[in-house]
Each structure stands twice: as structure tokens, then as C-alpha cells.
Design a protein around this ligand. Structure first.
Ligand code: SF4
Length: 380
């Protein structure tokens, strides 16, 4: 019966005095209430422009690429560093890829940095340095998927587009009490979000939804009592807020194992290797390692992948790093070699380079490799 919450779970039965339907279904008045709230309560972020203000598409694009799979807090210093160094898309296009990767190091998901550079190049080459304004044209640029295209079209150009990120997904599933589980419910959530998108101020609307999701409609303990949309919210009326959105159970994250070889030359330089262009951490530098497999490699087999002929000392403990799709556990072997150390494989030598310890911070080193170096050096 509609008098019962449809989802049974931690919250159990509805409270006696609970309303069953929102006072009004989400619609134009919801948008108005939200925009009013946004006017005074929005987050002040370095890439943001005030309500009804014209945004710089370059800054909107840069922030949206950086924010993919990354928190606002982590992005802020990177965004500031990038716009100080490359204030326009043309400036970024004229930078070297290596330099962009170096500045990106630590932000993760490095294919984004490669696409960032490729996209800046394409905007300058194909559009005379001016970002195109429609979702369709934006989608053709490197690194821009449906969400980012909609976000740029709405926020930078005020086009009637509906970006749906994790925050908006949560707010919409609650506003409309969507009970199908994610990710199957995504198309329905997108459809419902689009029904709310106003023709005017679509960018402010998108950002207001993001802010509401971040500040009020939090994953746990949403602040429904101070929410400007409380009257319009079906989940709140039915006591379902905390149970939504429903998520399909996650697959366990598999573990992978390997051995990393930290070689230091007697002049202090460390051996780094460039990863292949395609795939995980493409083109970044790494401490040479074995293949990352399903089980820790036996010592004898691991040593066959050692880049230099020398005697190796295993460092006690392991380095653990969690990627999106797997957890990586690396044992580190370290060695000190003379300046004329010989490589085990000549083919490897082309991808390897010696980097002085003091220059390590300026390299395009992913976080996992910084951990490996710290672990190996601390044992010294
Ligand atoms: Fe989210 Fe509660 Fe607001 Fe509904 S009333 S949108 S559940 S914070």
C-alpha cells in the first residue's frame, strides 16, 4: 500500500505521523526554490562564477575534467596551479605533454591529463581556440563524455543541458523516490533530471543541484529539515531519504601482486621507466617492476624481470595501492649499483632513465610509485 515505505531496510516501518506524499510533486516551483537557495548558500569554488554570470569555458572545462572521479578538495590546488601556469586554452595547447603530466602527477587517472592536452590542441586547431557550445560538438572532443559535455554546455554557455553526476543522481532519486537500483536506474534518473532543467539558467540549476547534493542532501544523514526542496521531495515524505538511491551490490575488488625494483646509482640517481602509452597510468614514469599478476611472483621468477644485473635486497613490508578496479600489493627490492651498471635487457634501456633524487618531485610519477620510492628509500 502507498501508506508503507516500499523499501524495507534499516529504517523499518514508517513513523505514525509521517506524510505519505510530498506537498507538491517536483517541478517548476522546485527549481525556483533551488535557485533561490543557490543565490545565498552556494559553494564558493575557484572555478565558479556567481549566479547569472558568464563563465569562462576554459575554466569550466578544466575544472570538470579534474573533478572526474576526484574530490573538490583535492582538485582546488591543482586547478589553481594550472590556471596560473596556463591561463587560456591556447596556453595549455602550447605546453609540452610531459610538462602537463608532471603538473597533473598526484591527481590520478592520468588518461585525463593526456586527453586534457589533446582536447586543448583540438580546440585550438579545429575551433580557433574557442570552445564549441553545444553538447554534440563538445562530445567530439577528447576526454569529454556525456556528463562533461552537458556540464560545459549548461555552465559555460547556458544551453539547456542536464549533467547528472553522483550528487545530482542522489538528489533526483530522492526527489522522485526512484526505487530501482543503480546502475540500472541511470536512464530514468537522467530523464527525471531533464524534466526539471529550466530553459533559462540551466547552468545555475546544474550547479545548485550539485551543491545541494554536496551540502544538504548528503549520502548519509541528509539535512532534510533545512532543505529548500523538502516540500517537493517524495523520499522525505515517505521516510525513504537515507535508503535512496538503492545500489546494486558491488563486486569485490580483486588483488594483484608484483615486485618493484628500486635501483639507486652510487651518484644518487634512481632508475625510472616509462610505461607504455596505452593502458593504466599510460606514459607515466614508474619504478620498474614485474608484471602485476593474481599471486605474488616467486623470488626466482621475479628476479628475471629485474632491470639491472646486481644483488637485490628485499625491503621488509609491502606497498599497497588501491586503484578503481583492483588493489595492488608490491614487494620492493632495492639495490645500489655503480654508475656503469649494465642493464639486463637492452630493449628496456630505451624506456629507462636515471633521475637524480632531488629531481624526483618534478617527474610525472603516479602516487603508487611515489609510495614505492618512499618505502624503498626509508629502508635505506
Ligand atoms: Fe534530499 Fe532530504 Fe532535500 Fe529530499 S528533503 S532533497 S532527501 S535533503
Amino acid at each position: 500500500s502507498p501508506a508503507q515505505p516500499e523499501i524495507r531496510g534499516r529504517m523499518g516501518a514508517p513513523q505514525k505521523n509521517q506524510k505519505q506524499l510530498p506537498l507538491r510533486p517536483a517541478g517548476a516551483e522546485t527549481v525556483e526554490a533551488l535557485l533561490l537557495w543557490y543565490g545565498s548558500e552556494r559553494r564558493h569554488l575557484p572555478w565558479r562564477y556567481g549566479p547569472r554570470k558568464k563563465a569562462d569555458p576554459y575554466r569550466v572545462w578544466l575544472s570538470e575534467i579534474m573533478l572526474q572521479q576526484t574530490t573538490v578538495k583535492a582538485v582546488i590546488p591543482y586547478f589553481q596551479k594550472f590556471v596560473a601556469r596556463w591561463p587560456t586554452v591556447a596556453a595549455l595547447a602550447s605546453a609540452q605533454l610531459e610538462e602537463v603530466l608532471q603538473q597533473w602527477a598526484g591527481l590520478g587517472y592520468y588518461s585525463r591529463a593526456r586527453n586534457l592536452k589533446a582536447c586543448a590542441d583540438a580546440v585550438v586547431r579545429d575551433f580557433g581556440g574557442v570552445f564549441p557550445r553545444t553538447e554534440k560538438q563538445l562530445l567530439e572532443l577528447p576526454g569529454i563524455g556525456p556528463y562533461t559535455a552537458a556540464a560545459i554546455a549548461a555552465i559555460a554557455f547556458g544551453e539547456k543541458a542536464t549533467p547528472v553526476d553522483g550528487n545530482i543522481e542522489r538528489v533526483v532519486s530522492r526527489l522522485f523516490a526512484v526505487q530501482q537500483a543503480l546502475p540500472a536506474s541511470k536512464p530514468e534518473i537522467r530523464r527525471l533530471a531533464a524534466t526539471l532543467t529550466p530553459t533559462r539558467r540551466a547552468g545555475d540549476f546544474a550547479q545548485a543541484m550539485m551543491d545541494l547534493g554536496a551540502e544538504i542532501c548528503a549520502p548519509k544523514n541528509p539535512s532534510c529539515l533545512v532543505c529548500p526542496l523538502q516540500q517537493d521531495c517524495a523520499a522525505n515524505a515517505r521516510g525513504l531519504a537515507e535508503l535512496l538511491p538503492v545500489k546494486a551490490p558491488k563486486m569485490a575488488r580483486p588483488s594483484r601482486y608484483g615486485v618493484a625494483f628500486l635501483v639507486q646509482r652510487d651518484d644518487g640517481a634512481v632508475l625510472l621507466r616509462q610505461r607504455p602509452e596505452a593502458g593504466l597510468l599510460g606514459g607515466m614514469l614508474e619504478v620498474p617492476s614485474t608484471h602485476w599478476g593474481d599471486a605474488p611472483p616467486p623470488k626466482k621468477e621475479a628476479l628475471r624481470a629485474a632491470p639491472v644485473t646486481t644483488s637485490w635486497m628485499p625491503v621488509p613490508g609491502t606497498v599497497v595501492h588501491v586503484f578503481t578496479h583492483f588493489r595492488l600489493e608490491l614487494v620492493v627490492y632495492r639495490a645500489l649499483v655503480p654508475v656503469d651498471a649494465s642493464f639486463t635487457l637492452w630493449a628496456e634501456q630505451e624506456r629507462c632513465r636515471w633521475v637524480q633524487r632531488r629531481d624526483l618531485h618534478a617527474q610525472a610519477l603516479p602516487s603508487v610509485m611515489k609510495k614505492v620510492i618512499a618505502h624503498g628509500m626509508n629502508a635505506a
